[in-house]
Design a protein around this ligand. Structure first.
Ligand code: ATP
Length: 250
């Protein structure tokens, strides 16, 4: 289990994350929902050990030692960002993108790497005939699948998806989320999905944390319907999602 204990982060006068304690379970999908500016990405950066909290700790399982101070291997927590294109090197082919972590982080031999690349393509449904293509020659959905394959290649304990499905059209998003849901059931890896989209949260989550102004204001375990939300702010998010759905007629 990946956990935060009373984690706070400020930027000047602005408190982005305010004493948050939460748990990301192994073998489960945890979702953090909240409006823009509620502190989700700041929390994601701290959980992926990219940014240090001002106070509080990031911990693994029952260990008492803070992951950042203990210089924990960052490979264990992979981050998949919203903008797939900008997180890929335009000079690389799709094969090179997946090959790199296998070679550098997992230290796999060439023959095994070739086999593993094929397996990873199958896992994320990335078309193998596109492996030779430059990343700039891929569609948005293919780039997204490639980023997920690259994260999986590092054999992490946790993958954090920070608004990773926002830029995709509704059909493609549902397709990638369904793939991830099935994949999660086969793996030991814990997933954390950060989103402002309540439909994504409800479709994926074993647990939902609702975040507002740097605080966790509600936690739902195994939510079954939007009626499970009890806090006024969460209900407002539900109403906004319903309004958006009606406006889009979906
Ligand atoms: N590097 C930074 N420097 C200054 N302020 C920052 C920085 N990063 C975030 N903030 C501020 O911290 C607050 C939380 O931002 P954060 O990006 O974590 O929210 P978010 O919920 O992920 O929003 P969004 O969904 O729009 O990405 C915001 O008020 C933001 O302006």
């Amino acid at each position: 289990m990946l956990r935060t204990e009373n984690v706070t982060k400020k930027y000047g006068q602005q408190t982005a994350v305010n004493g948050v304690s939460l748990e990301i379970k192994d073998n489960a999908v945890t979702v953090i929902v909240g409006e823009s500016g509620s502190g989700k990405s700041t929390l994601a950066r701290m959980l992926s050990l990219i940014e240090k909290p001002d106070s509080g700790r990031i911990l693994l399982d029952d260990s008492n030692s803070d992951l950042i101070s203990a210089k924990t291997d960052r490979r264990l927590i992979q981050l998949v960002m919203q903008d797939a294109a900008s997180s890929l090197d335009p000079h690389q082919s799709a094969r090179q993108v997946i090959d790199e972590p296998l070679k550098l982080l997992i230290k796999m031999e060439k023959v095994q790497r070739a086999r593993r690349i094929e397996e990873l393509c199958d896992m994320v449904k990335f078309p193998k005939e596109k492996l030779k293509n430059k990343v700039t020659e891929l569609s948005g959905g293919q780039q997204k699948r490639l980023c997920i394959a690259r994260a999986l290649a590092a054999e992490p304990k946790y993958i954090i998806f920070d608004e990773a499905f926002s830029g995709l059209d509704v059909t493609l998003r549902r397709c990638i989320l369904t793939m991830l849901k099935k994949l999660r059931e086969k793996l030991e890896t814990g997933f954390l999905i950060i989103t402002h989209d309540l439909d994504t949260a409800m479709f994926m989550a074993d647990r939902i944390y609702v975040m507002r102004s740097g605080n966790i204001i509600e936690t739902l375990d195994r939510p079954k319907s939007f009626l499970d939300f009890k806090e006024d702010y969460s209900k407002e998010l539900v109403r906004a999602a319903e309004y958006k759905r009606q406006a889009l007629q979906i």
